[in-house]
Design a binder for this molecule. Structure first.
Ligand code: MLT
Ligand code: ZN
Length: 456
């Protein structure tokens, strides 16, 4: 549908003409997602500076029947944050205020456009920390992280984004503002709108701010990188540490295929003198040094072939690099198909053993690289060597996930990438409920149409 001629001047009247970006070179950074697999074009990127401006933009789009794709740091991996069909991109990055920091209670109000690293820096200065952390911390924004219910490396200890959420401010598709930022730990008055919007991927409202709870900073870190026999040995070690040490913050797994790639692309030396099939990275953090306790527990674990331990930032970061640099190393090799799946922990070893075979049977040219959050049962199955539209391996992986009782999306969301497979793990009744919620909150279908559930 052609855009109304009045759209751009009226947008400029709301946000100022410098914040309606139409230059193709400037728009380009908003039109392609981080993976480079998903892209489209937009007539303009609109950059409001306040919740009131967001409300006015959304109200105008509703009036003119113009669809919107809300966007934060554009670090999404499922194509849900870039235009697909000439939608307007609504960039929330200028909503970058951190306010009402209650240093006694450990709560803070954060604008949608604040980068995770900025929030971390702000709250650490007061001996607090934020429970969610992930590798794209410098670019990922809090609004996008709430909208996608981002997970990351510390879900095991603190939960994902929805677990940090005490309140929300959002603009409904009518342009009305819902503001629930009370700073109350308990509040049982009616439907839990913040939780409904968490993980809704911009399809139900535009999140403009969140009230977040903080966790005490744990300054003493101990990181162990273990070479282990296999996934079963890795999970046994995770379970032993979980039961013994409440300070366990992260339990991450990767395999030789990924380690070799990371070492080559990032120029890192191999962590051990010989190669091993599977690697487990554990981090404990507390008020006191936990390294001796961690080493003690691991000494009794079976299936550990080699280990390296670090305390202090440089040593911990050095070990973390083998895990955290997977995403960029894979991306440097090509444009992967990225699957982000979760399995019941007891089925994770079987999945890991079968998935490479299932991928090879679907396309012998496929090159799978697995890594992820072992403690959460969450594996990132990245597949290189595929044509963009060859989804046979994706299909094979997601059907195996469904067969083993898992979910087709652990933490990246559905976006457009996983939508064709939603029926594998969400029943017809479940999808009907989602459609009903969508049409109640966005009756004109202007908010991120075609994401999560089909539009219309
Ligand atoms: C990660 O755990 O590193 C992220 O989810 C990114 C990715 O899957 O590539
Ligand atoms: Zn992840």
């Amino acid at each position: 549908m052609p855009l109304p001629d009045t759209l751009l001047p009226r947008l400029a009247a709301i946000v100022g003409e410098h914040h309606v970006l139409t230059d193709p070179d400037v728009r380009a950074g908003y039109e392609t997602d981080w993976t480079r697999r998903y892209h489209g074009s937009t007539p303009a990127v609109v950059r409001p500076a306040s919740t009131q401006e967001v409300a006015a933009v959304v109200g105008l789009c509703r009036e003119l029947g113009v669809a919107i794709v809300p966007q934060g740091g554009n670090t999404g991996l499922v194509g849900g944050g870039v235009p697909r069909n000439r939608e307007l991109v609504l960039s929330l990055r200028r909503l970058d205020r951190v306010s009402d920091f209650d240093t006694g209670a450990g709560e803070v109000t954060v604008g949608a456009g604040v980068a995770l690293a900025t929030l971390q820096k702000t709250v650490r200065a007061q001996s607090w920390n934020f429970g969610v952390d992930l590798a794209s911390r410098d670019s990922a924004t809090i609004g996008g992280m709430v909208a996608t219910n981002a997970g990351g490396i510390r879900v095991l200890r603190y939960g994902g984004m929805r677990h940090q959420l005490l309140g929300i401010e959002a603009v409904l598709s009518s342009g009305a503002i819902v503001r629930r930022l009370p700073g109350l730990l308990k509040d049982n008055s009616g439907y839990d709108l913040p939780q409904l919007l968490a993980g809704s991927e911009g399809t139900l409202a535009v999140i403009t701010a969140a009230r977040l709870k903080l966790v005490p900073q744990q300054p003493q870190r101990a990181v162990a990188l273990l070479a282990v026999d296999d996934m079963t040995a890795a999970l046994r070690a995770v379970s032993a540490v979980r039961r013994a040490l409440s300070s366990l913050e992260a339990a991450e797994v990767f395999f030789l295929e990924g380690l070799e790639l990371v070492c080559r692309r990032a120029g890192l030396p191999p962590p051990f003198s010989v190669s091993h099939p599977c690697y487990l990275l554990l981090e404990c953090a507390g008020q006191a040094d936990e390294s001796a306790s961690l080493a003690n527990v691991l000494a009794g674990a079976q299936g550990i072939r080699d280990s390296a331990m670090a305390t202090g930032r440089p040593g911990c970061d050095r070990l973390w690099a083998y895990r955290e640099r997977h995403t960029e190393a894979i991306s440097a090799e090509g444009i992967p198909h990225k699957l982000d799946v979760t399995l019941p922990l007891a089925r994770l070893p079987e999945f890991e053993q079968r998935v490479r075979g299932a991928i090879a049977a679907a396309d012998p040219a496929a090159r799978p690289i697995l890594f992820g959050h072992a403690g959460d049962g969450n594996l990132h199955v990245n597949i290189l060597g595929l044509a963009p539209d060859d989804e046979r391996p994706d299909d094979a992986v997601l059907r195996l996930v469904a067969e083993l009782g898992g979910s087709i999306s652990a933490e990246h969301g559905i976006g457009i990438a996983k939508m064709p497979w939603l029926h594998l793990t969400r029943s017809a009744a479940d999808r009907e409920a989602m459609r009903a919620i969508k049409s109640a909150l966005d009756p004109s279908g202007i908010l991120n149409p075609g994401v999560v559930i089909p539009s219309g």
